[in-house]
Design a protein around this ligand. Structure first.
Ligand code: KG4
Ligand code: ZN
Length: 357
């Protein structure tokens, strides 16, 4: 049995976890900085780094305590290497290096994007990961930084079919919520506001999904674009302000219509992939995968032959359990990182996933 201690600090959550053999989460502790960034209307990288500095030791101590283990029981230290905010990543990486060095343990740098996908496999039967029945697998990764479709084959080879050409879905929800004066982070507040609204009252565009314009370009078949929905919202707000119709119900219906448009695009693009590839499993991962409307629409509109895997919300938003889980597969293959390991900001091209043999 191997226990991996993992650290996550790529954005505005400082997290530590203890994961057993890649699937059993013995402890997962998350310290959110949301309140600190809310006053700025978004994440401030230097502020995030300073908050990670304060929180990283307490969350690690809590994780060890919650799991009922000490550093002597740990087999390796894993840490998010990127993509993410460099000042924020460096805090976690430096801390993980110190911890590994002091305890004579191997260090494992983890790709945050792939860790999000792995979140869907935590606390589940590990057999699902290796079963040929699971592949080809389509991962829709939707967070504040990513909106991407990754196709994974049973030999572990992977291909990014498409991604956003402007804003990420979470970013669109965050910016939309800001525009509506709902606060930060926008995704959860947009969902709550939308629950009281009628999604059919206002119609927002579904960019790159129709049969005209840029949507017809072959390279855009699996790409996303959310900036147009955001601009449409801006004009919608101005028009309503001019007409003096911005009452509570207008706000609820606007949120519902806007959220419906974002979700509809995500579902439509996933269905387009299913038309063209023999996908057996769809994983929806990342913070936006918490969204109740997206979860419902995916379950409703995906063909029944396809297995839908969405993690519980605690493993969708940033957490360290997904980092410790995926790192176990590198640990088994002695895939360790060097002590001079550096952070990276942007998503590199993905050609393999590390969680298949
Ligand atoms: O994965 P995550 O925690 O951080 C990144 O790696 O970006 O995702 C954060 C994003 C934010 O944009 C947030 O608004 C969105 O996930 N989010 C949601 C919900 N909960 C979080 N979006 C829609 N509905 C939610 N319930
Ligand atoms: Zn994330």
């Amino acid at each position: 049995m191997s226990l991996i201690l993992s650290i996550e600090s790529s954005c505005d959550e400082t997290a530590a976890a203890i994961v057993e053999d890649g699937s059993v989460v013995r402890a997962s502790v998350v310290a959110s900085q949301i309140a600190k960034h809310a006053v700025h209307g978004g994440v401030v990288p230097e502020l995030a780094a300073r908050e990670h500095l304060k929180a990283v030791i307490p969350v690690t101590e809590s994780a060890l305590q919650e799991a009922g283990v000490t550093m002597k029981d740990i087999s390796a230290v894993a840490v998010t290497q990127g993509p993410g905010l460099i000042p924020a990543l460096l805090v976690g990486i430096n801390f993980a290096k110190g911890l590994a060095q002091a305890n004579d343990l191997p260090l494992i740098g983890v790709n945050h994007f792939l860790a999000h996908i792995y979140g869907a496999f935590l606390d589940r039967d590990p057999e699902i990961l290796n079963s040929p029945e699971t592949y080809p697998l389509l991962a829709l990764v939707v967070s504040g930084g990513h909106t991407s479709l990754l196709l994974v084959d049973k030999d572990g080879s992977a291909r990014q079919l498409g991604c956003t050409i402007d804003d990420a879905a979470g970013e669109a929800l965050d910016k939309g919520a800001k525009l509506l004066g709902l606060g930060y982070p926008g995704g959860p507040i947009m969902q709550k506001t939308a629950e009281k609204g009628d999604p059919e009252r206002f119609d927002f565009p579904r960019p790159l999904t129709g049969g005209a314009g840029r949507a017809l370009a072959p390279e855009n078949l699996y790409n996303f674009s959310f900036s147009g929905i955001k601009t449409a919202l801006l004009y919608h707000v101005r028009k309503a302000q001019d007409a003096g119709i911005c009452d509570d119900q207008w706000l609820y219906d606007t949120a519902a219509g806007f959220q419906r448009a974002v979700v509809d695009v995500l579902v439509k693009k996933s269905l387009t992939v299913l038309k063209n590839y023999p996908v057996k499993t769809v994983v929806v991962a990342g913070g936006v995968a918490c969204n109740a409307e997206l979860r419902r629409m995916m379950a409703e509109r995906l063909p029944k032959r396809v297995n839908l895997l969405i993690a519980p919300p605690k493993y969708c938003t940033d957490n360290a359990a997904m980092v410790g889980g995926i790192a176990w597969h590198s640990y088994r293959k002695n895939g360790f990182s060097a002590m001079d390991m550096d952070a990276f900001a942007r998503l590199p091209q993905i050609v393999r996933v590390p969680f298949l043999d």
